[in-house]
Write a new protein. Sequence first.
Length: 251
Amino acid sequence: MPRILVFQHVAAEPLGTLDPLIRRRGHRIRFVNFEREPHAQPNVDRYRGLVVLGGPMNVEERDARPHLLTELRAIERMLELGRPVLGICLGAQLLAHVLGAPVRRIERPEIGWYPLLTTEAGQADPVLAPLGAAAPVFQWHGRHFEVPSTAVHLARTDSCEQQAFRYGDSAYGFQFHLEMDAPLIERWLATPAYRDELAASGLPHDDAAIRALTQTRIAPMQAQAEAVFNNFLDLVGRPERRFVLPSREFG
């Protein structure tokens, strides 16, 4: 039974709909919650895949949050082993950083629902293809990654060019949140820190507008997300293809 390692940063940002899907596929999940175990040192060699979730912290906070350095090294090791990696939001930024790309603040946060536009490579990608040429996705981020020079650019939005990339055959970074369902969106909108971030964002929409759009957009996104996640989980059972990464120091 393949085992998947999951890095979680805050209680408010769990695996969401990806959790029951992973379990239905027969995979065992090992969570490392760095909010509760900031000094955890997981041995990633024991796992067939890695999922790195989102969180309100940033790559630049490594001095204050040493677990970020642990995560960077763990991601690098999984890439060296040729095992599937999925980075979501912060996780995608960490993956991009491992691959030598900068992470920057965007001019205006993306919070709520946005139309995602896939590139030609994204439409042909074995994991992301179920999204088609365009799809509504849920967003919540104030920083973005640059697409690494060694990666393939898969998707964009009108307000943020860098939304998804693939490195090699099985490492993916998604800036957006396909794992959301309506209760989890409501949980974020009710979380004081997240609510304050939305209020201070300068965006033209508020929590009521996000709730209204969720009623019509969550079901289509979930159907496409299940197909995307199933494609990623298919990679967990594939033979390993090792990569030689440039030597990097994350301290």
